[in-house]
Ligand binder design. Structure first.
Ligand SMILES: Cc1ncc(COP(=O)(O)O)c(C=O)c1O
Length: 380
């Protein structure tokens, strides 16, 4: 048998630095998932699956969409999503990661510039690496820095299109993008706004439609709505101008050379989008949980006022962060530690996420326990 000493040594090095990861079974009260609306294991989606199977929806697509894999569930979902998110067209991908790599590797062209927030998701980075456009990062949420970079590029002779990339809610910090300023910047430079709404979809905006509804029609918008987080299923919807969506269909390798997502999954996402449109909206129920969690975080733990359902508790040092997370887990709260390289070095943190899988009382109990653990942890 071939030896894999180099791999084993690299793993040992991770262990020595406390960066070694293992898969563990799910347990404890959910303060870690992105199942914000509690849909993943809900009657809503169970019933949608049963009714989809009853009407003969297939489990597998059997091929790429461009071959025999195109199913009417995919097409119905895309039509409904385009209408719901206010876009000309939508395209369903197997996941947000592949959708982001498709967007960034395919749409910005040679001679264009992607100006991206320094904290955008790994999938956007991978897409940019595969693409042909130039790329430059602006300091997190610093729109004036983005403008300086655009002006410098123009001054150096850059003539292509600008693509301004950001997340509306940042996955590890829970803060929101300065949408109004980004939209104004895009408008003044004729740029396309590329917004990853992964953690806003289903949570923020009217009916959980995300945070860019207000800018529709003002600027060119391309949005990514992932379906594996608040929508409780899997996959991702890219929404935007018809010519961009058609370009993805014709050119995006992650779309063309991949088996289409399961039609059953498309049916579940359709049901989740319908659920968002019910009265009262599940995102309104979540808003109450979030408001309660914000009060508890500030009052009991002295945290800065959070901005969304994602509440970071930055501890700094990797080992100590994991120790606090372990102690919270031992007390029955599934709170996870996040270490570099997922977050910048020296900013290891607990990432607390608020979902409808927990009660208000459980949120209160968790913050009481967290306050005690932070108090007893040295140097926190
Ligand atoms: C901001 C952001 N974009 C994209 C993705 C990828 O989405 P998916 O999990 O559907 O592949 C994630 C998931 O971690 C994310 O947090």
């Amino acid at each position: 048998m071939i030896g894999f000493e180099a791999h084993a040594n690299a793993l040992d090095a991770l262990k020595a630095r406390d960066r070694y990861r293992v898969l563990v079974p799910r347990k404890g009260i959910d303060f870690a998932s992105n199942d914000y609306l509690g849909l993943a294991n809900s009657d809503t989606l169970h019933n949608a699956a049963i009714s989809a199977l009853d009407r003969g929806v297939a489990l597998g697509a059997g091929a790429s969409r461009l071959l025999r894999g195109n199913d009417r569930e995919h097409e119905a979902l895309e039509e409904e999503a385009a209408a719901f998110f206010g876009a000309q067209k939508a395209l369903f991908f197997g996941g947000g990661f592949v959708a982001n790599t498709a967007i960034f590797s395919t749409l910005p062209r040679y001679g264009d510039l992607i100006v991206y927030d320094a904290l955008v998701h790994a999938s956007a980075h991978d897409g940019m690496r595969l693409g042909r456009a130039q790329t430059v990062a602006f300091e997190h949420n610093d729109v004036s820095h983005a403008e300086v970079l655009i002006n410098e590029w123009r001054a150096q002779g850059g003539t292509g299109r600008i693509w301004l990339a950001f997340e509306t809610v940042y996955s590890m910090d829970g803060d929101l993008a300065p949408m109004r300023d980004l939209a104004a910047l895009a408008q003044s430079h004729n740029a396309v706004l590329v917004a990853d709404e992964a953690h806003a979809t289903g949570v923020l905006g009217v009916q959980g439609r995300g945070l860019l509804q207000a800018y529709e029609g003002q600027v060119d918008l391309l949005t990514l709505h992932t379906c594996g987080k608040a929508l409780g299923g899997s996959g991702a919807l890219v929404c935007g101008a018809a010519s961009l969506i058609d370009t993805l269909i014709n050119r995006a390798r992650g779309f063309i050379f991949a088996t289409a997502p399961s039609p059953l999954t498309a049916a579940l996402v359709r049901a989740a989008l319908l659920a968002l449109q019910q009265e009262p909206s599940p995102s309104d129920a979540l808003a109450k949980h979030i408001a309660h969690a914000h009060c508890e975080a500030v009052q009991k733990c002295g945290l800065p006022t959070p901005q969304s359902q994602i509440i970071p508790v930055v501890i700094g040092e990797d080992k100590q962060t994991m120790a606090v997370a372990n102690r919270m887990q031992a007390r029955g709260f599934d709170v996870r530690g996040i270490r570099p390289p997922t977050v910048p070095r020296g900013t290891a943190r607990l990432r607390i996420s608020i979902t409808l899988n927990t009660s208000l009382a459980e949120i209160s109990d968790m913050f009481s326990a967290l306050a005690e653990e932070l108090e007893s942890a040295p140097n926190v």
